[in-house]
Design a protein. Structure first.
Ligand SMILES: NC(=O)c1ccc[n+]([C@@H]2O[C@H](COP(=O)([O-])OP(=O)(O)OC[C@H]3O[C@@H](n4cnc5c(N)ncnc54)[C@H](OP(=O)(O)O)[C@@H]3O)[C@@H](O)[C@H]2O)c1
Length: 322
């Protein structure tokens, strides 16, 4: 495993584990998955993974409970990251919610406590007052944000008066927005971009095609899995396979290596089984050549999925099986 080269109280592994899947029926993994989730966590620990990401929202607290129980006594050795869903993120609410998350996780302190998304009405001055007091009493280690633009990330730092260590955003080969400003900022300022959906929810695994879309409500709502987009992605998947063959790896591993190429980026793929966790951890060791990277960038740029409003009627038709 590789770790981010930054001064943090505990090392942060380049591959972490995302746990939205834990306790969330919307992924369609069924009741058996709860046992598998614990096995995934234990295997991740064996493989040197130190970053475990959850949120109070995932399974309405079930993800935090499953993760905390699976980590057991190892909780203190790793970076446990959770998120507050900022419905009314005024200071006393932030404090109460952190206490509740810590209790579900079974920890004395949350190593990284993130604001799940920017609140359009409540300013970060208010939210960060709560975060600062949590840090002062030791219930929270580092503060992070999620789905923030650069301006608001920096504003949040000014409001906290301390570093806001990380910004967790959607980042993969086919969602490259963070390359414009967030990643350069992280590199210059010693911060971290945490890439969520780094496999585009499995789209980049090459496992799915128009005749074989994934199950579950989460991915039914993701336009990348429209039959038309799965077809349009064939060239990109072919390029991933080609690069993967040269490394004796899989397309998913190459997709992860693509985002991990930036020193201040870590990725937190979710996993439906232990074997995926193993492969994802191994991806941290893959070094892409400049030529391979250029080929991946070109293939990703050539992929033009139908998204936004144009995707809506198609998603309705797909839902109705038409
Ligand atoms: N902050 C936010 O707003 C936000 C939003 C979304 C996610 N997140 C976080 O980011 C984490 C990851 O994002 P995500 O779950 O949306 O997407 P993801 O990590 O891109 O995709 C995860 C899915 O990809 C498939 N997969 C994983 N490893 C694989 C491998 N080695 N080979 C083949 N397929 C593999 C699995 O599904 P199948 O096996 O079923 O295909 C798995 O459930 C979440 O768990 C959550 O912690 C945060």
């Amino acid at each position: 495993m590789r770790y981010v080269r930054l001064d943090t109280p505990k090392p942060i592994s380049k591959i972490g584990l995302g746990t939205w899947q834990f306790g969330s029926k919307e992924w369609g993994y069924g009741p058996e998955y709860e046992r598998r989730a614990a096995e995934i966590v234990r295997r991740a620990l064996d493989l040197g993974v130190t970053l475990f990401d959850t949120a109070e929202l995932y399974g309405f607290g079930r993800s935090e409970r499953i993760l905390g129980a699976a980590l057991g006594d190892d909780r203190a050795k790793v970076v446990v990251a959770s998120k507050i869903f900022p419905l009314l993120p005024v200071a006393p609410v932030v404090q109460q919610r952190a206490v509740a998350s810590a209790a579900r996780l079974g920890v004395d302190g949350i190593d990284l406590y993130q604001v799940h998304q920017a609140n359009p009405v409540v300013a970060d001055t208010t939210t960060m007052r709560g975060m600062r007091s949590l840090q002062d009493v030791g219930l929270v280690g580092e503060v992070g944000v999620s789905n923030y633009g650069l301006r608001r990330w920096r504003f949040a730092e000014a409001a906290l008066g301390r570093r806001v260590l990380s910004n967790q955003v959607r980042y993969s080969m086919i969602d490259r927005g963070p390359e414009e400003d967030l990643i350069p900022y992280a590199e210059q300022a010693g911060r971290i971009v945490i890439a969520y959906s780094p496999l585009a929810q499995g789209f980049l695994s090459g496992r799915y095609d128009a005749t074989n879309p994934p199950a579950g409500a989460v991915r039914r709502a993701n336009p990348y899995f429209l039959p038309e987009n799965l077809e349009r992605g064939a060239e990109l998947i072919a390029t991933l396979r080609e690069v993967a063959d040269a490394h004796d790896a899989t397309p998913s591993q190459i997709a992860l290596a693509y985002v991990l190429r930036h020193p201040n980026v870590v990725a937190i793929p979710g996993a439906s089984g232990v074997e995926q966790m193993e492969r994802n951890a191994a991806a941290a060791e893959i070094d892409l050549t400049d030529d391979e990277y250029a080929a991946l960038v070109a293939a990703a740029r050539a992929f033009r999925p139908v998204t936004g409003l144009a995707a809506v009627p198609r998603m309705v038709r797909a839902r109705l099986g038409k």
